[in-house]
Design a protein around this ligand. Structure first.
Ligand code: ZN
Length: 291
């Protein structure tokens, strides 16, 4: 069965509350000092995601750093040829607060050129590294508009000590620049607000709870916006301390937890009715809705 959420002639989606599944196409080794001494794991993990999507006839979005496109152009071509969307995730995974509008423009132009050189076409989407699009870096929307982008999916609509944009609506909204923002889906759990369909949260939360949260959003007619990394399914990756964890051994243990369960869980979600959709297809439906 083709589970891809299809777009109707009038521009609306056959499934109005799709699962906006996405892969952060990045190499965790690039974020470590001497990380490339570890085994190369991105290609087999991406193949596993492509297999999952193919099983369900689904098309999704890969937010890709330029570094990966430069290293693995054949992999980018394969993703594009399988009908998936390639979108930007900066050239070298630099958080926006370390850039300014000029540097960001140069970075994204390079990121897009690397994707296009490898075979991607119509690159119109962006996701900031580590939810770094906040009220302080909202200048990024004007740059994206100037470069012809249509949407961003970069905002965690809740502030925590590391990242997030407090007070941002949790629904899709059009920035005054004209760029759509598709914020990550969050849910209040145990006194915290967490992106339940994303990476480590998706792995650690009980599967039954995730199913319930997905069903709730479908009933409410809103999409689930989630993400995974190549390492989220990698049961063969060597042990090393992951970046951005402050050297915590406990958090690092969590980084390896339940990796073998991610693909079976995704299969069950799709079997339970979740309909995966490319972000740019969803944005076309948002445009049609707005007229
Ligand atoms: Zn990333």
């Amino acid at each position: 069965m083709d589970s891809a959420a299809q777009i109707r002639d009038d521009g609306t989606l056959a499934e109005p509350s799709p699962f906006l599944f996405s892969v952060y196409l990045e190499d965790v080794r690039s974020l470590l000092p001497d990380g490339h001494g570890y085994a190369e794991r991105v290609p087999p993990n991406v193949e596993a995601y492509l297999g999952f999507l193919e099983r369900h006839g689904a098309r999704a979005t890969f937010f890709t750093v330029g570094d990966v496109a430069r290293r693995y152009p054949a992999l980018i071509r394969r993703i594009a040829e399988a009908g998936h969307e390639l979108a930007c995730h900066t050239s070298d995974h630099t958080p926006l607060e370390r850039l300014d509008p000029d540097l960001f423009r140069q970075d994204i132009e390079r990121n897009r050129a690397d994707l296009e050189r490898a075979g991607a076409s119509e690159v119109t989407g962006f996701r900031a590294p580590i939810f770094s699009l906040t009220e302080r870096t909202a200048w990024a929307y004007d740059v994206l508009r100037d470069l012809g982008f249509r949407y961003s999916s970069s905002v965690l609509p809740h502030a925590n000590p590391l990242y997030g944009w407090h007070g941002f609506e949790s629904t899709c909204a059009r920035h005054p620049s004209g760029i759509w923002e598709i914020p990550l889906s969050i849910s209040g759990l145990f006194g915290c607000k967490v992106p339940f369909a994303g990476g480590v949260y998706f792995r650690v939360l009980p599967g039954a709870l995730t199913h319930l949260l997905f069903r709730r959003r479908r009933r409410a007619g809103v999409p689930v916006v989630g993400y995974v990394h190549p390492y989220d399914i990698d049961t063969e990756q060597e042990r090393f301390m992951h970046p951005e964890l402050g050297g915590s051994r406990i958090l690092n243990a969590v980084m390896y937890h339940n990796r073998g369960r991610v693909l079976p869980r995704l299969d069950r979600l799709v079997a339970g009715g979740a309909r995966i959709c490319r972000y740019d297809t969803f944005v076309t439906a948002l445009d049609a809705r707005d007229g």
